[in-house]
Design a protein around this ligand. Structure first.
Ligand code: ADP
Ligand code: MG
Length: 392
């Protein structure tokens, strides 16, 4: 998606205040009544309505008058809120070119004040289904727009938590810098996705390193679940960095063995096809799991015995059980090719929030830091209490 951050420069404090009010209203409304936006934003002299027109012109909100006069955030509006918050926090100062388009994310370069370039990943869970669902019944479409915010925020939070934990345990992953809403900031990885590499100096070494990583991850209690040539970066020295973690699961997941074997299989297949590693042929000939040098293919059971507890640490780090369940449900349904809207999606929205607790403090457009110890982003009131440092 095109991200024209120029508009950011021209948006005033009031613009962000109203945009934030729309976001807050979306906690319990698919389409937020203009009247409610106005009450949350609390601008004087009907200012909210003027601002809403400006936001609409900049495509930061979507107007919907089917049932009543109302608004919801667009992807762009949500992007701007996250970017604004992170810029206010001093995490980066400018947004550069787009460097990646994943199935469910957009990745951009961002630069700090001192010129350090970082990577910004904007999660877009439900993007594909969001389009597909347009032809479906109306209520599904609206529900989806809510889901997108919730799921993308979960994905970012999970990715950030996992990246940080893996980095702390010495895994070659980007350095997790910060996160807000659906946005993760991490160090920029040098090199290319392995899928783009046609030749390697030492394919055997790279292969061993990669398999070793899958095994070591499992020994720490985790499975990547999307471990393939698209999510492995390699630099000119053939050093490996693993990216893309929202779908990781614990080795105690009910399908853990299948995920583990699938990750291993992806790597075997790719190296066989691209670099002609003969291991696969040997396996097929004698039916044994050997790579031709007497090394057997890693088996889930042998690594699981040694499994560490990073999965439990992460579970305890604040990514709640319900959030885990919601993410997994989404991932499972996507994997099965289903639409992830279900009849009881509404429980994600939580209890109705009293309007009075949704008032924004005067400085406006922030949200609590990505605080893994206190998972209270959806709790009414925390917004106002925790914020107070942004400079508008
Ligand atoms: P998705 O979840 O949508 O697959 P990824 O995290 O795999 O997103 O990122 C998509 C692409 O963006 C990657 O294949 C890679 O080319 C690029 N990319 C992602 N993160 C980084 C990073 N930290 N540094 C450099 N490039 C990155
Ligand atoms: Mg990816």
């Amino acid at each position: 998606m095109k991200l024209d951050v120029n508009a950011l420069r021209y948006l005033s404090k009031d613009d962000f205040r109203v945009l934030t009010a729309v976001e807050m209203g979306m906690r319990n409304h698919e389409i937020v009544p203009a009247e409610l936006v106005d009450r949350i934003a609390g601008l004087k002299h009907g200012g909210t309505y003027k601002v809403l027109r400006n936001l609409l012109k900049n495509k930061l909100v979507h107007h919907d008058a089917t049932k009543y006069d109302g608004y919801r955030l667009t992807y762009l509006g949500y992007d701007f809120l996250a970017i604004k918050t992170l810029v206010n926090r001093g995490v980066f100062a400018s947004v550069g070119r787009q460097i990646g388009v994943g199935k469910e994310s957009d990745i951009f370069e961002v630069a700090t004040d001192d010129g350090t370039v970082l990577a910004m990943k904007l999660h877009r869970l439900g993007r594909t289904s969001f389009r597909a669902v347009k032809s479906k019944r109306d209520y599904l479409r609206h529900r989806r727009s809510y889901n997108w915010l919730y799921l993308s925020r979960l994905a970012a939070l999970k990715e950030f938590a996992f990246m940080k934990a893996l980095g702390d345990h010495g895994f070659p992953v980007p350095n997790a810098v910060d996160c807000n809403r659906h946005c993760v900031i991490m160090s920029l990885v040098q090199g290319y996705p392995l899928v783009q590499v046609k030749e390697l100096q030492n394919p055997d070494d790279v292969f061993d390193t990669i398999l070793g990583l899958i095994v070591r991850l499992a020994e720490h209690g985790l499975i990547h679940c999307d471990f393939n040539e698209f999510n492995i970066m390699i630099d000119d020295d053939e050093k490996i960095t693993v990216i893309d973690f929202p779908q990781m699961v614990s080795v105690s997941h009910r399908n853990a063995q299948m995920f583990f074997d699938r990750d291993i299989e992806c790597i075997y297949k790719f190296f066989n096809k691209r670099f002609n590693l003969t291991s696969e042929k040997n396996e097929e000939q004698d039916g044994s799991e050997s790579d031709g040098e007497g090394n057997s293919r890693p088996s889930f059971f042998s690594v699981k015995k040694a499994a560490g507890s990073l999965d439990k640490e992460l579970a305890a780090s604040g990514f709640t059980r319900k959030e885990q369940v919601d993410m997994e449900r989404y991932i499972d349904e996507e994997a099965e090719g289903h639409d992830s809207s279900s009849e009881n999606d509404d429980d994600e929205i939580g209890d109705a929030v009293p309007i009075d607790s949704l008032k924004i403090d005067q400085d406006g457009s922030d949200e609590p830091a990505c605080n893994l110890a206190s998972r209270d982003l959806d709790e009414p009131g925390t917004f106002t209490e925790e914020h107070g440092t942004s400079s508008g």
